[in-house]
Each structure stands twice: as C-alpha cells, then as structure tokens.
Design a protein around this ligand. Structure first.
Ligand code: AMP
Length: 398
C-alpha cells in the first residue's frame, strides 16, 4: 500500500515523499480513504502512530481551492495545536492551502492579522477560539470539516462545554472526525449529538504501551527520591530524557536541583508563559538541552524525536497518564527506557497501572546506591541492580 494508492492527490503525495514517509502507517491506511469519501470518522490510536497525518493529509486533498475557512481542528493544549500546525506547514509545501494557529498565552493582534487572510484551516484550542468567535474575528458557518483531536483529553481538561458551543457554531452539513484514545460515556453523548453514522477504526489500545519501550520501577524510601533521581541520571546513558513530575512545584524544584548540579535543563508546565514553554521545547528538540522536566500537560501527544529515556519522579495517579508519559520514548519504533521512582504511598497507583496494562512492571534496585530501609524493597523483591540498560555505571554521553 502506498500513499498514492490511498487516493491522495499528487501535491500531497509529493509533500509526504519529501518528508521521507515511505509506507502509510496502519491508521493512515485505514483513515485516509474514509475521510476522502466524506464519511464521519471515530479513530482511536496510540500516540506516535501517525495520527496527525492520517487526518491532515486527506483534509488537504479535499481542500484544494482556497476561498474561506473550511476546516477547524480543535486540540486540547497549545503544544499539540502548535505541533499540528507544524505538520500542516510540512504537508502544504506544494499546495496553496493555508492554515492558522489560534491558542491562548499570546497576543490577539498577530492572530487577527492571520484571520483576516481567511486561512483554509484553523487549528485552535477551545478557549481562544471562543474569544475570536465572540469578537467577530472567526465565523464557522462555512466549516466543511471538523476535527476533534484528543477528545478524551479535552473532556478531562473540562473543555466539553466550550467544545459543544464551538460545534454549535459550525455548519451542520460538515464532516466530523473525532480522535480519542478511549470513548468514555460522556464522549458517546457528544458523538451521538455531533456526528452522523460515523465509521470507527481502532489501532492498538491505549492500555498497551509501545512494544519498543522497556519499563521498570525503582522502589525507594520517600526521603531518598531526590538522591535516587540524581543517581539515576548520573548513571544512565541517555541521549535525552524527560522527567515527569505530578505537580508544577515539584517540576520547578527538580529543575532547580538539576541546574545546581550543572545539568542543562528546561521546565515545562502550565504556569510557565507561552514564550517559556515554546523556548523550552525548542531547546530540547534541538538537543541543546538534554533534560526536560514536565508535568502531564506535556505528556499527551508531544512529538519529540529521539527521547531515549523517560523518568517518572512520581507515579501518576491516573494510570492512563503513565501510558502517555512513557509513550514519549520508544516512538517510531526506537527503543526507549522508562524508569519510575516509586514510594510506599504510591502502591495503589502502581496496582492500577499494572491492571491497566495487564502486566507486572519489574522492580529493580540501583547498584551501589545506599538505600535506607523501606518495606517496599522487601515486598517487591526488587532485583539487585542487574538491569543492563540503565543500572550500569556507564557515564552518560555529553
Ligand atoms: P503522530 O502520531 O501524528 O504524533 O506522528 C508520530 C511521528 O511519526 C511524527 O514524527 C510523524 O512525522 C511520523 N510519521 C507519521 N506518518 C509517518 C509515515 N507514514 N512514515 C514515517 N513516519 C511517519
């Protein structure tokens, strides 16, 4: 199966070739013909499966002539919206289709200028889009294609009232696509209301982390978490690592501690300004900074190439966040390691994660680390530092 066999026009296929995509991924092979045929679509797929191209490519194929705004793509976070905008820029290299990015945290002026040029596609987060609609800068009555991306995340983040309001402004004769890892009952309501006889495709389940990621737990006493984190970083042969913290304060503290130790580090969470978040991602993507400390906002869908390791400073309370966090590594079939620091009060979260992924995650101990006693070490039977990939004494590459 090739991209041209899927019914895409020449300029779109050309753009894909320029990006050196050879074969369509499974979600692309299934979704593209359905979207071209004009049917509504519900797609569920793990992140890193090529989901963005699965909807952007056929949309570009359909929107050949430029006239007015005909497509709206809604995203839960600014980072995801920016990522989809980047993909649109890549895919429109040989077409006249234009797109515009609308999200909060930046001035309205630049966005208003772009809107005045009547972009074919708007990629937006819900809050800022509603502001523009209410200011009269955006009209959605000519929308032909609506994409609700990461719909379960929009639900979790409390955006559903805004999303419903936005859908209400869209042309009723539109094609609607919804991408979501799971379809909880509250989404089923929305689907019944907003979609017409949707086709459904499912590629993998979110409860299966990428097969290329190896993941382990490091049980430790509460008062040794920071020490263990430093030791893990010191002894891990990483190229780039994302450290996840459940809280913003925790992320800032880890960032400061690492900086004091001489690490080049950036921190990303929702209290940081848009400028700081964009800069942090740029520095991390370019490899100038090897360590990114993030809260879960960064875990969803961020496409950062070549992350060799993910370290969870704490166990996420929501088991699905675990799968998202460790999904940052092992993308596009690279192998990656996910290390989770785990203390006794977090046992119930680990139980929930292991239940979700239907697998026991190995407990390991870091060799030559001066552990203080915790019952967890006894109970878990953590093996004594014989883990090859991270528990070794190899120094990290600089
Ligand atoms: P996504 O799931 O949309 O976040 O995509 C994950 C990564 O896969 C991105 O870096 C894409 O550029 C890349 N990608 C998407 N489709 C293909 C393809 N058919 N062949 C190779 N890489 C792809």
């Amino acid at each position: 199966m090739s991209f041209s066999n899927l019914g895409l026009g020449e300029d779109v296929v050309h753009a894909v070739q320029r990006l050196r995509y050879i074969d369509p991924t499974p979600i692309q092979a299934q979704a593209i013909p359905i979207i071209i045929s004009g049917k509504d679509l519900i797609g569920s797929a793990q992140t890193g499966t090529g989901k963005t191209a699965a909807f952007v490519l056929p949309i570009l194929h359909k929107l050949q002539k430029h006239s007015h705004t005909r497509c709206l793509i809604l995203e839960p976070t600014r980072e995801l919206a920016a990522q989809v905008k980047d993909a649109c820029n890549d895919f429109t290299a040989f077409s006249s289709v234009t797109s515009c990015l609308l999200h909060g945290g930046v001035k309205y002026e630049g966005q208003n200028k772009e809107l005045a040029r009547k972009p074919d596609i708007i990629i937006a987060t819900p809050g800022r889009l509603i502001d523009h609609i209410e200011n009269g800068a955006v009209k959605l009555n000519q929308i032909e294609v609506l994409v609700l991306d990461e719909a379960d995340r929009m639900l979790d983040m409390g955006f559903m009232p805004d999303v419903r309001k936005i859908i209400g402004y869209c042309n009723a004769n539109r094609q609607t696509m919804l991408f979501s890892a799971t379809i909880p009952p509250r989404l089923a309501d929305l689907i019944g209301w907003a979609m017409k006889e949707p086709q459904t495709i499912a590629i993998g389940q979110r409860s299966n982390p990428a097969a290329t990621v190896s993941h382990v737990l490091y049980p430790v006493a509460m008062n040794q978490k920071d020490e263990l984190l430093m030791a893990l970083l010191d002894r891990t042969n990483y190229e780039s690592v994302i450290i996840f913290s459940r809280t913003k304060i925790g992320a800032d503290m880890i960032g400061n501690a690492l900086q004091t130790k001489g690490h080049k580090v950036e921190v990303i969470h929702s209290d940081r300004s848009q400028g700081q978040r964009t800069k942090a991602l740029e520095l991390f993507r370019s490899g100038e900074v090897e360590v990114l400390v993030a809260t879960d906002i960064a875990a969803r869908g961020l496409d950062i190439e070549g992350v060799s390791h993910v370290i969870n400073y704490d166990v996420p309370e929501n088991p699905e966040d675990y799968v998202h966090r460790i999904g940052r590594t092992g993308r596009a079939n690279r192998t990656g390691d996910a290390l989770t620091i785990f203390t006794a009060p977090e046992q119930e979260h680990i139980t929930a994660i292991e239940y979700l992924i239907n697998k026991t995650i190995p407990r390991v101990k870091l060799e030559n680390f001066d552990y203080t006693y915790t019952t967890l070490l006894q109970e878990s039977g953590a093996n004594d530092g014989r883990r090859k990939s991270t528990g070794s004494s190899r120094r990290k590459r600089r």
